[in-house]
Ligand binder design. Structure first.
Ligand code: PSU
Ligand code: MN
Length: 305
């Protein structure tokens, strides 16, 4: 099969198999956001809406996760529901060889999905917010594998910026230190996940064509991924000032309940969802769908040249 690996630990959906054979554009999607980023039943609805929007645009969705030691590249609605309800453990890139070798299940994070998607030749990936440097990093040393993965795998990653639960300034510095190519889509103000802009400036690109030209140059003369920061639609955004008090409350609770490591991000997202009475959930869904749209346009333009 053209452009597709056939190792026994890979399981392609029929739809993705066909897309590869016919050279159709494919957009990768992660499964941690389904299993640990959003509550039931919004997680199922959002995952299915993202896939729908990708198909409507003319591309093919490949939701990625690990089931019984196999990397699923493309899922049925039943499989998406299984991830949403069973919530298999979060797997970043470094947990993947172990999960495969020991035939485990796993919801892939941005770093895990980047590994799987790039290994099978997918070039475009849509997510929500990337991981980064956590706010109490000085005590915890908690820095997401997502940043490292962006230097190792060669893809276009569409996100709404880094999650606003992070230390934004330090995450920006680390993006620069690691040499990660990052651009703002039609904005020169770094988007921050729930908020469409911040006072940090970012290199602006104004078209899908520019993103593809940059990706081509990265392939010819550089390394890693192109991180496209696509601001959440203004009508659904939550301003930074509004976020801050919810975030403080969530962090206080986190310290009291001694949550750490992989549980930090899911814990904070779920607590601020409660404090904001579901507003952050609606914003998260909106930006995920918006990113799926842009990723589809990029994947289609990549194939049509
Ligand atoms: N984007 C969202 N919700 C999420 C995530 C991203 O809108 O839940 C997930 C991604 O899978 C990302 C992970 O890779 O959070 C980061 O987790 P950590 O900080 O533990 O690396
Ligand atoms: Mn972490």
């Amino acid at each position: 099969m053209k452009g597709m690996k056939t190792e026994d630990f890979l399981a392609f959906s029929d739809e993705v198999k066909q897309a590869f054979n016919e050279g159709k554009p494919v957009v990768a999607l992660e499964s941690t956001v389904i299993a640990h980023g959003l509550p039931l039943p919004v997680n199922i609805e959002t995952a299915i809406s993202m896939e729908k929007v990708i198909r409507e645009k003319g591309a093919v969705p490949a939701t990625i996760g690990i089931v019984k030691g196999k990397v699923k590249i493309g899922m049925s609605e039943e499989e998406i529901e299984w991830f949403a309800r069973s919530k298999p453990r979060k797997v970043g890139m470094r947990e993947i060889p172990t999960a495969l070798a020991l035939r485990e299940n796993g919801a892939t994070t941005v770093s895990g999905t980047l590994l799987c998607a790039s290994k099978v030749g997918i070039e475009v990936f849509a997510t929500g917010g990337i991981g980064g440097v956590h706010r109490d990093v000085v005590n915890t040393f908690d820095i997401s594998q997502d940043l490292l993965a962006l230097t190792k795998f060669n893809m276009i990653v569409v996100s709404s910026g880094m999650k606003s639960i992070l230390d934004v300034g330090k995450t920006c510095e680390l993006l620069e230190t690691l040499g990660i190519v990052a651009v703002g889509y039609r904005t020169d103000r770094m988007p921050l996940f729930y908020s469409s802009e911040s006072d940090i400036t970012i290199r602006r690109v104004s078209s899908v064509g520019d993103i593809i030209r940059i990706f081509d140059m990265v392939k010819r003369f550089y390394f890693g991924s192109v991180l496209v920061m696509n601001p959440v639609p203004k009508k659904d955004e939550i301003r930074r000032e509004e976020m801050e008090s919810w975030l403080r409350m969530a962090e206080d609770e986190m310290r009291r309940s001694k949550v750490s490591g992989k549980n930090v991000t899911p814990f904070l997202l779920s607590r601020i969802a409660t404090f904001s009475r579901g507003r952050t959930i609606r914003t998260n869904t909106s930006l995920l769908i918006h990113n799926a749209e842009l990723a589809s346009e990029i994947a289609i333009s990549l194939k049509n040249r």
